[in-house]
Write a protein that binds this ligand. Structure first.
Ligand SMILES: *Cc1c(COP(=O)(O)O)cnc(C)c1O
Length: 384
């Protein structure tokens, strides 16, 4: 049986062969612990981690000391939010974030609320972008942190990160951004964008799962989140735990490839997305979710009016792997909070599909998917 065409690149991506090749030696002969200072095995691993850290820092215009390796963006977000809250609570207990953030930002915020912090959840406009004037008006003397994602994982919209960085800098409030979806796909520079903390992950850019980083600014200002994992004092005390050399080496390789091929790859992906939209927009009563231009090249998110989301997903499953507008946690399904924030009803949110196009997709695949979606939607419409 033919496997479905993979168009779920916001959920995860396959490991690029070049990344896998770079990782393999560190599973095999060079398996040492980077913290073992007394022998060759440790030195090899330590030197590989050092080179990877330098490459990742260079890719975002940071210094190597500002990179704290974590298990991914979820942990990086937790360290940023809970770590800053714990370290800066004497300055204030107010944090600003956005209604459309990933649950790895919203859930730590809810936890902080339970500890007595006050969180403002900014709404978004109908195109998914925040109003930066509203953001500025929301900053108070006791605001310690603003957390706004760079690119949304559902609707792909790119928030105005440089403008937000400027506002936070003017008001001397720390700025954290979850860049899990943006890194490698759009240019990110922590200096010009005035970012103080930034969450990264490898598995959305063809690296392995289970590795990411938090960028933590060291100068102007020096940011010192309280550690959330205590142990051997790795990563300058901010995140203990033996460094996972193969994943780290692969992360750096993945980021290097993504940045070296960024312009070309994003143009190719954009052309595929535009073609898919050109085809699908011939359907009646289809809605494009998120700003049409300020978005990731590979993201297309659409809602189908008066169609059962569940029936549509069932029809699509054998041919194409995509995500729907329901956020499935292990216990229950709920309509996507991102689509709800755009003003959609529960029913319309459920009847939404996220297409995540990536490096390995082809025009032939998009053609098959477009034809199948159109046929499925038409037959489901007639059933009603
Ligand atoms: C995938 C994702 C995360 C979670 O990253 P992990 O590395 O899987 O923990 C967080 N935020 C956004 C925006 C994401 O897309």
């Amino acid at each position: 049986m033919q496997r479905p065409i993979y168009l779920d690149c916001h959920a995860t991506t396959p490991v690029d062969e070049r990344v896998l090749e770079a990782m393999l030696p560190y599973f095999r002969e060079s398996f040492g612990n980077p913290a073992s200072v007394g022998h060759l095995y440790g030195w090899e691993a330590e030197s590989a981690v050092k080179l990877a850290r330098e490459a990742i820092a260079l890719a975002i215009n940071a210094t190597p000391e500002e990179i704290v390796f974590t298990s991914g963006a979820t942990e990086a977000n937790n360290l940023a939010l809970k770590g800053v809250a714990e370290a800066y609570h004497q300055k204030g207990r107010h944090i600003i974030t956005v209604q459309t953030e990933h649950s790895a930002v919203l859930d730590p915020c809810a936890y902080l609320e339970s500890l007595g912090f006050e969180i403002t959840y900014l709404p978004v406009q109908s195109d998914g972008l925040i109003d930066i004037q509203k953001l500025e008006q929301t900053i108070r003397p006791d605001t310690i942190l603003v957390s706004v994602m760079a690119a949304n994982n559902e609707i792909g919209v790119l928030q105005p990160i440089a403008a937000i960085g400027q506002i936070c800098h003017d008001h001397q409030v720390l700025f954290h951004t979850d860049a899990a979806q943006a890194i490698g796909k759009v240019p990110i520079d922590v200096m010009t964008m005035q970012i103080d903390l930034m969450s990264l992950t490898a598995h959305k850019i063809y690296g392995a799962k289970g590795i990411g980083a938090l960028y933590v600014r060291r100068r102007q200002p020096r940011v010192t989140p309280a550690p959330q994992l205590h142990g051997g004092g790795h990563e300058r005390g901010m995140r203990s735990g033996t460094l996972y050399t193969p994943q780290i080496v692969g992360f750096a390789k993945a980021l290097e490839i993504a940045i070296a091929s960024q312009i070309e790859e994003q143009q190719k992906t954009l052309a595929l997305r535009q073609y898919l939209w050109e085809r699908l927009s011939n359907l009646d009563r289809i809605i494009l979710n998120g700003n049409s231009t300020q978005r990731l090249a590979g993201n297309l998110n659409v809602s189908f009016v008066d169609i059962s989301g569940q029936a549509l997903m069932l029809a699509l499953q054998p041919i194409v792997a995509v995500s729907s507008g329901s956020a499935c946690s292990s216990a229950k399904t709920a309509p996507s909070h991102v689509l709800k924030a755009l003003g959609h009803s529960d029913e319309l949110a459920y009847a939404s599909i996220r297409f995540g196009i990536g490096r390995f997709n082809t025009l032939d695949e998009i053609e098959i998917v477009a034809n199948h979606v159109i046929t499925s939607v038409r037959s489901l419409t007639h059933q009603k």
